[in-house]
Design a protein around this ligand. Structure first.
Ligand code: F6P
Length: 334
């Protein structure tokens, strides 16, 4: 991985800040927590860990961190700080209370490691109370605008490709079509990379409609070339059950098919070297920018350079999958 760090602000404006993880966990979140904590401490800051995301913030679940509280976690999946999807934080009154809790403890800034929803909470907290926040993109979905990459995406893709390699063995032994469902919610980034890297015959993503007739014609083309099995990678999409429905449709047309939903297996496991490096660089950069007085922004990676991106260019902005990669996937599958 060829990452470069930007110049960080020289003057230290904060002496104490907190860090939390929020939303779905992602492999590499621990490496990011470690980097935030160690960079902060090395530069003379007090660092506090908040357990269980925004819920823990409201409940006052704080833990003073030192360099050894993040020892031996770099290689571990999940998050030692635990995480949550906190409905309560949608309320303005709760966010105001959260800022007071932080200030009462002498904490002057907050690093939020998570996805779009977590950044929305951070940005509103800052807009309404003036409490400085900075985001680190941590989600397996890679669906965050303003950054080419998110922590956990590479690991999730590798986990899914490993599963496809195994499924291919059984698919070919039984002459079956396998629909392998991957995560990603309304975004097809995981499906696209898993499909290309796993050599899938077809990739179904929420960003592009694919008719049953075209799926069948791809399968038939393969059969004419002597293929006896196929892998179809299906992005889960917003509504559950798409792969099962497709399998049913294929069965009705006489194709033997099976469904394998990879689900949360993609969220666990030890982060890849790529994700460890990304998380270390982004975590340290978030701490550096926050300490230097920057906030209301996310640290992302753009063309290999760690970049500070204002929350307003990130939150709610749809990051489209590259259409040329979808075309490439089709070409390579024929
Ligand atoms: O955003 C990460 C993600 O894993 C999505 O890909 C998936 O749709 C969702 O979280 C699942 O959330 P939960 O763990 O709450 O079931």
């Amino acid at each position: 991985m060829n990452l470069r760090l930007p110049a960080f602000p020289k003057k230290k404006k904060l002496s104490s800040f907190a860090v939390l993880t929020s939303g779905g966990d992602a492999p590499g979140m621990n490496a990011a927590v470690r980097a935030v904590v160690r960079y902060g401490i090395a530069n003379g800051c007090e660092v506090h860990g908040i357990i269980k995301g925004y819920s823990g913030l409201i409940e006052g679940l704080f833990q003073r961190m030192d360099a050894s509280s993040v020892a031996n976690i770099l290689q571990r999946g999940g998050t030692i700080l635990k995480t949550d999807r906190c409905e309560e934080f949608y309320k303005k009154s709760v966010r105001r209370e959260a800022a007071e809790i932080l200030r009462r403890r002498g904490i002057q800034g907050l690093v939020v490691i998570g996805g779009d929803g977590s950044f929305t909470g951070a940005s509103l907290l800052e807009a309404e109370t003036g409490f400085p926040t900075i985001g680190v993109p941590g989600t397996i979905d890679n669906d965050i605008a303003g950054t080419d990459d998110t922590i956990g995406f590479d690991t999730a893709v590798n986990t899914a490709i490993d599963a496809i390699d195994r499924i291919r063995d059984t698919a070919s032994s039984h002459d079956r079509i396998f629909l392998v469902e991957v995560m990603g919610r309304s975004s097809g980034f995981i499906a696209l990379e898993v499909g290309i890297g796993g050599g899938a015959e077809t990739i179904i993503v929420p960003e592009r409609k694919e008719s049953l007739a075209s799926i069948c014609s791809t399968i038939d083309r393969g059969i004419r070339r002597g293929k006896t099995s196929s892998i179809i990678v299906v992005a889960e999409g917003e509504k559950a059950g798409l792969s099962a429905q497709l399998a049913g449709d294929l069965e009705k047309r006489g194709y033997k098919s099976r469904v394998c939903i990879l689900g949360h297996t993609q969220r666990g496991g030890s982060p890849t070297a790529h994700d460890r490096m990304l998380a270390s660089a982004l975590g340290a950069s978030a701490a550096a920018f926050l300490m230097g007085g920057k906030s209301n922004a996310m640290v992302g990676v753009q063309r290999g350079v760690v970049t500070l991106v204002p929350f307003k260019s990130v939150i709610g902005v749809k990051k489209g999958i590259p259409p040329e990669l979808l075309t490439l996937a089709q070409v390579l599958a024929t």
